[in-house]
Design a protein around this ligand. Structure first.
Ligand code: SF4
Ligand code: SF4
Length: 144
């Protein structure tokens, strides 16, 4: 490339639109099949534990508070997740899946990477288990 043609390219570039997007100032819609944050629906989960067992990154933990009443809490370690979607494939009741509308997940602290899913009172029980009473959150009650 000669200096002359290089100068020509430089001058031309002043009159062209940039090839790159102006993110984050201008946002485009995420593709339909983008693999974003994993979400879980406690209403339809059967507690089978397949998603936890099949996750190659050990990014999921399922706490069983009351199997008969279908009370479960899912702990999602977002910083371990590789967004492979194996959990979504493994789940027969479509209770766990990857969203395409939550994908800006970077953070300067670790706190947002521990995501608890479940009914609020159940999550509280997992976070602050009662000293001797119900529920039993011993390792046997937890699927990891
Ligand atoms: S997307 Fe993959 S790595 Fe992330 S929780 Fe699901 S199975 Fe695990
Ligand atoms: S595979 Fe589906 S039904 Fe089974 S524990 Fe996971 S989310 Fe629940």
């Amino acid at each position: 490339m000669t200096i002359g043609s290089m100068l020509g390219d430089i001058v031309n570039s002043f009159f062209k639109r940039p090839a790159t997007g102006r993110y984050p100032f201008v946002r485009t819609e995420a593709p339909e099949d983008l693999r974003g944050k994993v979400v879980w629906n406690p209403e339809t989960c059967t507690g089978c534990g397949l998603c936890v067992k099949d996750c190659p990154s050990q990014a999921l933990e399922l706490f069983t508070l009351d199997k008969a009443a279908k009370r479960y809490v899912m702990l999602y370690h977002m910083d371990c997740c590789t967004y492979c979607a194996q959990c979504e494939v493994s789940c027969r009741s479509k209770s766990i899946y990857l969203t395409n509308d939550e994908w800006e997940l970077a953070s300067t602290s670790r706190t947002p990477f521990e995501v608890y899913y479940g009914r609020e009172e159940d999550v509280q029980k997992v976070l602050e288990p009662e000293p001797q009473g119900e529920p039993d959150l011993s390792p046997e009650s937890k699927t990891e």
